[in-house]
Every structure is written in C-alpha cells, then in structure tokens.
Design a protein around this ligand. Sequence first.
Ligand SMILES: [Cu+2]
Length: 144
Amino acid sequence: MNKVVPAILLALFSIGASAAEHQIKMVNSGKDGIMAFEPAFLKVAKGDTVKFIKVDASHNSASVVVPAGAAAWKGKMDEEISIPLTQEGVYVYICDPHKTMGMAGVIQVGNATNLDAAKQESEKLSKSFVMNKDRLSKALAQVK
Ligand SMILES: [Cu+2]
C-alpha cells in the first residue's frame, strides 16, 4: 500500500458526495398527454444519476441513443432502474411497449457532444409514432 490509494478513495468519495439523483416518472397520463416520461427533457451534470420511477404499471426505460463511451440500458417491465450518467452528451430513451405511442424522452448531460446523431435517430423513431408525434422533437429542441 502507498499513499496513492487513500487519495483515490478520497477522490471517489468526493465525486459520490456531489452527484445528484434525479427522477423521471413513468406515467399513463400526465401534463404532456398519455403514456409519458415526466419530465420528457432533463438536463443533469456529468456523474449524476437518473432513476426511473414506476408511477403506473407496464412501462420500462430502454436507451436508444447514448454518447460514445456510455453504456446502453434496458430496464425490465416496471423496473425502477437507476442510470449513472458518466459521459457527456445526449441520451434518448423509450418505453418498449409504448414506443409507437411516443413514450420517449431525452436527457442531456453536460455538453451535447452527439446532438446530430441523436437528432437523426429521433427523426427515424418519430416516424414510427402514431401519436404524440412531436414529443421527442420538442424534448430535443430543449437541448442547449
Ligand atoms: Cu410505457
């Protein structure tokens, strides 16, 4: 053992202590219409965590677009999955059973490094929506 290990542990602890946990609700009906994530757009700091909260049953959260180096996720049905957001960029996610109903959302972490890729993928996705067609583009428009 040397002096480096305690220094690393201290650094890790500091990061953990400053990281915030945000919540996104999975709802059947909300401010933004039926079958929605609330909020549909969320901006957080690098290192924060987002937890998906089961308000209503039969939803999940699965990533569609993540920045380079970030891990994709696929929550089980009704799972309150927690996602550590370790890479800067734009994250786009959907609910698998309500994908065509426009149940999708956007998380921005720091700088929007992959915004063009996120826009392209979201346009494709939005074409498959039969309702709430502009929900994803509205969420993406809030990325700054
Ligand atoms: Cu759903």
